[in-house]
Design a protein around this ligand. Sequence first.
Ligand code: PCA
Length: 197
Amino acid sequence: MNILVTGFEPFQNSQENPTQEIVRLLPKGIKGHKIIPLELPVLYKESFLKLRAEIEKHKPDVVICLGLAAGRKGITPERVAINVNDSKYPDNSGTVYFDEVIIEGSKNAYFSTLPIRDMISIMEEKHIDCSISNSAGLYVCNDIMYRLLHYIDENKLNIMAGFIHVPLMSEQDYKNNYHMPLTTILEGIIDSIKTCI
Ligand code: PCA
């Protein structure tokens, strides 16, 4: 299998994004399956277009997008992406959306097709803080998750796909928020990848 894993560059006032570190640290293969790492810009739509080009090139069986959710208390596989962009925070090009439909005429929501419950079980066994999240937010992460699942659905592709948010890492300025060592986040993500295999 080919497993495409994406991380985002830093955004807003942060100098670092643990998901960018994760994709740099992932092994080239897990249990004999190829891991394809991809770093993405924090841009509405553009990040998905970059991802789509890599999907067309590598024809992955699994796509897992990672993003930072500062303040989250653990690793949180997302259940659902909704067809709305709405955030007071600009993306890295300054674009802001309020009450904006992502894809006109498309479904209100798409569910992750990743084995999110199994991901929680395997991480809990290792005592890694985690839970299923029922909102990916309404910023760039929800945008890419929605567009990704819509693309797979429209093109009837046989790809397991979804999104996992991670917390701040202990190695960055976490401003009293919950944080987790980067090695623990990496372990949780590798375990999550294994559940897809
Ligand atoms: N987190 C943001 C966008 C990039 C990232 O890592 C989000 O949750 O939308």
